[in-house]
Design a protein around this ligand. Structure first.
Ligand code: FES
Ligand code: FE2
Length: 349
């Protein structure tokens, strides 16, 4: 059985990636064609022509006035996936229709629904409002991962690895040394993991971006909504500076680190990352630094997880992992993912 939950929303792309041209991305093993209509709406449909399966994103297929013309024999499709013309006859077969996907553009992301379209409910898409808020400045990217998405979930739910894998960037000794608290909201389907470091070294990632040096308060509050959206609310403040009683927090720096974890196939993943900050909003130097630095950090994870995938794929089943306190968030996430994958396959859990 697949470990990928279906009947779920997944991030397929950033909105900026999709224009008035044909764009293809594989999500959960399904090859999907995207384009933006002249009215500005993103469409999503199968990237396989119903005639002989030629990919509609492949040249010489082309987009003409909001219609896709297959580059092999010319089957032509409208924005809803319906076939409007075939060569050599005027009658278009009634079944000539591309599978179309519910799609929503929100918080800079293009979300697609993988599964039964009748179950798609756009109000259930988790939010990341900072990514489009004028009160934040965001840098973002996407790195391809040659590893199953569960490995990235494990990685992001346990940030103790920052100390080792990301030393000199975002890791300091306190991350691994400070215990976490884990909470699971089963009803909302969210895993929370918190690590509050009240007296920690300031890593270069935050020293160079905030200007703070020496010892700091560094709080990491993770909120993971399986399967796709992961948010790390990061708070950086001078030692001893707490939020005000009313919840405002004017003397701290806030960084919202957002990941969208989208399976491409069973064994590969789209690793979307975004870093939104509420300080130095117009400072291009800070934006460039954070973009470059975070990409480096993501690539450190990618390198490690690509190795892990190889190890897992080539060794026999039955290896017994050993888990400790740092893994409680990851284990909770795994349980939730297994349940989602089981439910959508119709089996009991
Ligand atoms: S494969 Fe597309 S028209 Fe034949
Ligand atoms: Fe990492």
């Amino acid at each position: 059985m697949s470990s990928i939950p279906r009947d779920q929303w997944y991030v397929a792309a950033y909105g900026r990636e999709i224009g008035q041209e044909l764009f293809s991305r594989t999500v959960c093993g399904e090859s999907i064609l995207f384009w933006r209509t002249r009215a500005g709406t993103v469409t999503a449909m199968s990237d396989r022509c119903v005639h002989r399966r030629f990919p509609l994103s492949e040249t010489p297929s082309r987009l003409v006035d909001d219609q896709v013309v297959c580059g092999y024999h010319g089957f032509t499709y409208a924005a809803d996936g319906g076939c409007v013309a075939v060569p050599g006859q005027t009658r278009v077969p009634r079944t000539a229709r591309l599978k179309s996907y519910p799609v929503v553009e929100q918080d800079s992301f293009v979300w697609v629904w993988i599964g039964d379209p009748a179950k798609a409910d756009a109000t259930r898409i988790p939010r990341a409002p900072w990514l489009v808020s004028p009160d934040y400045t965001t840098v973002s990217g996407m790195e391809p991962l040659k590893a199953r998405f569960g490995l990235l979930v494990d990685n992001l739910l346990d940030l103790s690895h920052e100390t080792y894998l990301h030393g000199g960037y975002i890791g300091t000794p306190e991350v691994a040394a400070t215990p976490i608290t884990t909470e699971v909201d089963e009803e909302a389907g969210i895993v929370y993991v918190s690590r509050h470091m009240d007296d920690a070294e300031c890593p270069p990632f935050y020293a160079k971006s905030t200007g703070l040096t020496g010892r700091i308060m560094r709080w990491q509050d993770i909120e993971y909504t399986p399967p796709c959206l992961y948010k790390l609310h990061s708070r950086i403040a001078p030692l001893g500076v707490l939020p005000d009683a009313d919840g405002s927090d004017p003397d701290a720096f806030h960084v919202e680190v957002v990941y969208a974890i989208t399976p491409e196939t069973e064994h590969t993943t789209h690793d979307f990352w975004a870093v939104a900050r509420d300080f130095a909003l117009d400072d291009q130097g800070v934006s460039d630094f954070l973009a470059e630095n975070n990409r480096t950090v993501v690539l450190q994870d990618v390198a490690a997880l690509d190795v892990l995938e190889q190890v897992i794929a080539t060794e026999p089943d039955g290896y017994q992992e050993l888990s400790i306190n740092i893994d409680t968030g990851g284990l909770a996430a795994r349980r939730m993912l297994a349940r989602l994958a089981g439910q959508s396959a119709g089996s009991r859990v």
